[in-house]
Design a protein around this ligand. Structure first.
Ligand code: NAD
Length: 463
């Protein structure tokens, strides 16, 4: 990823600093019961909302950003060690972006309407206590993003980490909680369950003091949130297609597809998951992709071995290979390739499990189609109506507009990697919670607030 000088300087500083990570401790020490968490969180939220105004919140969020910066490298290392997924460099980039570019309280905008009959004021109010369920694919950046957004809006948050990433999510929440404590904010404003069993998750979601559920993960957790009977922010799975048409700049497309699909070993939900290419440019596109770290598997036997290795019997992704390096995956099927290889490409048909399943690993199926219309129709089918993300490389404005309209994804990127929609290499704020199922889209502090309206009849106009 190429970024502004400031951003690169921060990443370089972090990469060059060797820092010892002290392992995570529990955000609410000595407090293990969901009931206690909910009580402490509700009390903290009341004080936070009542006594900590927007200016103070802005200052405290800046303190949180400052206190997180020295921990970027240790948290990235811990995430890789604990989950066995992703790569250090990209995790450092992701965390840096999240710390620097997640919007704070200043992004929450009230709305006023005045007319002959007086003044109407609409404001974004906190829900109260939020239960935030965290995925193992993004156990640090999601905690940072959601903490900043949720407390900016006047809420408190109880995180439920993924069992595979408990330590690193707890450690992240603990750093944020320490800053809040040092700033005089009430204890329990940001906390995390140290034992996120299904039983505890159920209790947390059903707890009467929990007013909003933010669920980031696969279909199971999103359905659980949607059927909880409470308001929910459901950030679910995707299967983002990338279309390359006959008018695309193939150098930009070749580099962009590899950069996007290889980022953090394809762990991000927005990452390119299948490549649909108009036949007449497919060979040239592959050549450009090879220049940027792609490796094509062509031998039928090798492809079958890869299928048996990275897929389960039911054709879902084998979790042992989720988020692994391309070189590691190829080694497992007996191929030693240079360390510069970041992505494996395999030509498949549309019905192949590599195209149908969300693999979350740097293995990208490439499917040839005769023309753009066939590509768009296939992209719509392979997106499975998750309404998540999609990408097009094209210089044809009609193609770009048609795909943007018809694919109906929450995120749509033209001529750049899908991660640009998250705020990387682009001018939008960072989001790590893309609320697909519930429609809030790229979440920000306002997404975790409820809109309240006050009508003042017959007065308060100034004209
Ligand atoms: P996962 O569904 O296995 O787990 C996510 C969280 O949900 C964990 O904390 C887990 O303990 C909990 N959980 C799982 N099933 C549950 C159930 N039935 N009831 C209650 N809680 C449950 O997902 P993962 O492997 O950790 O993360 C990868 C998935 O998350 C991918 O599908 C990816 O696309 C998606 N994701 C989406 C976004 C987004 O913003 N839309 C962001 C990151 C990840």
């Amino acid at each position: 990823m190429s970024q502004s000088p400031d951003f690169n300087a921060i990443v370089q500083q972090v990469l060059s600093r060797l820092e010892d990570a002290s392992k995570g401790s529990v955000a609410l020490a000595g407090c293990r019961d969901v009931e206690n968490y909910a009580d402490a969180s509700a009390k903290a939220q009341e004080i936070w909302h009542r006594d900590f105004g927007l200016d103070t919140r802005c200052q405290i969020i800046e303190e949180i950003r400052a206190d997180l910066r020295p921990h970027i490298e240790s948290l990235a290392k811990l995430a890789v060690e604990e989950t066995g997924m992703g790569n250090l460099r990209d995790k450092i980039i992701k965390k840096t972006l999240t710390i620097e570019k997640t919007p704070g309280p200043e992004s929450i905008k009230p709305h006023a309407i005045t007319g002959d009959r007086g003044l109407v004021l609409e404001e974004h109010a906190p829900y109260g206590v939020i239960a935030s369920i965290i995925p193992c694919t993004n156990p640090v950046a999601t905690v940072i993003h959601n903490s900043i957004c949720m407390i900016s809006g006047g809420n408190s948050v109880i995180f439920a980490p993924h069992p595979k990433a408990v330590n690193v999510s707890l450690r992240t929440a603990e750093i944020i909680a320490q800053t809040l404590r040092a700033c005089g904010a009430p204890d329990g404003l940001v906390s995390a369950l140290p034992e996120p069993s299904m039983d505890n998750l159920g209790k947390l979601m059903k707890h009467p003091k929990v007013r909003l559920i933010s669920a980031t993960g696969g279909p199971g957790v999103v359905n659980a949130a949607l059927t909880s009977g409470k308001p929910a922010v459901g950030a679910g799975p995707g299967n983002p297609p990338v279309v390359v048409d006959e008018t695309a700049n193939l150098e930009i497309a070749g580099k962009g597809v590899v950069d996007g699909a290889a980022f953090d070993n394809n762990l991000l939900c927005v990452c390119e998951k299948e490549l649909i290419v108009v036949n007449c440019v497919a060979d040239e596109l592959k050549k450009r992709m090879f220049d940027h770290g792609a490796y094509e598997l062509k031998d039928r036997k090798e492809i079958e071995l890869l299928e048996r290795t990275i897929l389960n019997g039911d054709h879902t992704a084998n979790k042992n290979f989720v988020g692994k390096d391309a070189t590691y995956i190829l080694e497992k099927i007996g191929l030693k390739v240079p360390a510069s290889v970041r992505l494996v490409i395999v030509e498949t048909t549309e019905d192949h499990p590599f195209a149908q399943e969300e693999l979350l690993m740097p293995v990208l199926p490439l499917i040839r189609v005769p023309d753009f219309d066939a590509a768009l129709a296939m992209a719509k089918r392979l997106e499975h109506n998750f309404q998540h993300s999609a990408v097009i490389y094209s210089t044809n404005i009609d193609h770009m507009s048609k795909m943007a309209r018809e694919i109906e994804t929450t995120m749509f990127v033209k001529n750049a990697p899908a991660y640009c929609s998250l705020g990387a290499e682009s001018d939008c704020p960072v989001t790590l919670t893309i609320a697909t199922a519930t429609g809030q889209g790229a979440t920000s502090p306002q997404s975790f607030c409820r809109l309240r309206r006050c009508v003042l009849s017959g007065a308060f106009r100034i004209i």
